[in-house]
Write a protein that binds this ligand. Structure first.
Ligand code: PHE
Length: 373
């Protein structure tokens, strides 16, 4: 720094000469403009506005001027310094904004990335229940037997001892696919029950015979909360020497305990099916009120409508005429059979009030039953 000198002409102090100040200012503005990022701007600030920057040093010279000269020199330097400060501030703002938007882009997390796993579906409860029941009977020595859903009328009705004009053919709301051709005795229907599989099994398998037949059936019912034109049945058939209704009851108990829980009693009441004689309907003790017909506290049991019993299946001893139609000697062999609707059992067991829930294929319904492999 120069010593105080009252005779100084500011213009003659080299650092304060207008051209010098203009150049410092121009250099500073150029460096600020050229700074490509915040680090470069920091370096430019240090070089052109820091303690050792030319303009800062020039500013320090002002104090050495004679008082009369200070104002003018101070104004020149001050203007240059504030121009530099303003340029620094605005470039700082620009570069910070650039950095922020670059960081936003570079560090973006795409929360919309596609899910890279296939969500686990769920087995339909009708399939898992059918499998479970089949397993119970396979465990007792039964074999699985299946038959076509588009079935000859002969298997669905005639061989099961439905006379040709028997109202049951209409009672079962049959979907007729094709009428009998001339000289043929049988038309084609969508099977109305799984009982035709009994006939197929008796005609093709050796005796003794123990089969379980799950499958889809069709009836021309209008779809409502309790009826569906497509549903599933499961049926058991046994043909052996010396079978009696006691064996039938045992098989039914095994079924009911597997499906609804151990220790539930069953009850048979007389009924009629052309293919069984005698025939019965099967009821089980209500699995909710256990036959009491009321809930604890006295409220009526809604599950069995206060009956204490729930009707679940049809059954009987295979009609000897059916055995004969299948070439089996009814004097040597006897058989029993029972069949029931799987959806209906499912609804009873789980309190499903609308059969349509079992048809719509909504995974949220199926998942509630657990994801069984
Ligand atoms: N097939 C009969 C029905 O659909 C049920 C049944 C099966 C009855 C086996 C007796 C024996 O109604």
């Amino acid at each position: 720094m120069s010593a105080p000198n009252k005779a100084y002409d500011p213009v003659e102090v080299a650092a304060l000469a207008p051209a010098a100040v203009d150049r410092m200012r121009a250099d500073a503005l150029a460096a600020i403009a050229a700074a490509a990022d915040l680090d470069e701007l920091k370096a430019a600030r240090l070089a052109h506005a820091g303690d050792r920057a030319p303009i800062t040093l020039a500013n320090a010279e002002i104090g050495a001027l004679p008082p009369a000269a200070r104002a003018e020199a101070g104004k020149r330097v001050g203007t240059a310094r504030s121009a530099i400060r303003a340029a620094l501030a605005s470039r700082q703002e620009e570069l910070a904004a650039e950095r922020d938007s670059r960081v936003l882009v570079e560090e973006t997390v795409d929360v919309t990335l596609p899910w890279d796993r296939t969500p686990a579906g769920a087995r339909h409860p009708v399939s898992s229940i059918a499998d479970r029941l089949v397993d119970v009977f396979v465990g007792m020595g039964y074999e699985v037997a299946e038959g076509p859903e588009v079935e000859a009328e002969w298997y669905n009705f005639d061989a099961l001892n439905f006379p040709p004009d028997h109202p049951a053919r209409e009672m079962q709301d049959t979907f007729f696919v094709a009428g009998p051709k001339p000289a043929e005795r049988s038309g084609v229907v969508l099977r109305t029950h799984t009982s035709p599989v009994q006939i197929r099994a008796m005609l093709t398998r050796p005796l003794p015979l123990y089969v379980v037949s799950p499958g889809k059936c069709y009836r021309s019912d209008a779809l409502d909360a309790t009826h569906s034109p497509v549903f599933h049945q499961i049926e058991c058939l046994a043909v052996d020497e010396g079978l009696t209704m006691a064996d039938l009851r045992g098989a039914i108990s095994a079924f009911v305990e597997a499906m609804f829980g151990e220790g539930l009693r069953t009850r048979l009441r007389p009924d009629f099916f052309p293919f069984t004689e005698p025939s019965a309907d099967v009821s089980m003790e209500c699995h909710v009120c256990r036959g009491a017909s009321t809930r604890p506290g006295g409220a009526p049991c809604r599950v069995c409508r206060s009956q204490g019993w729930i009707e679940i299946a049809g059954c009987g001893m295979v009609n000897p005429r059916v055995l004969v139609a299948c070439g089996i000697d009814p004097d040597r062999y006897s058989g029993f059979a029972f069949g029931l609707g799987i959806e209906r059992s499912l609804m009873i067991r789980h309190g499903v009030t609308d059969i349509r829930d079992t048809l719509e294929g909504d995974v949220r319904f199926s998942r509630a039953f657990g994801v069984e492999a």
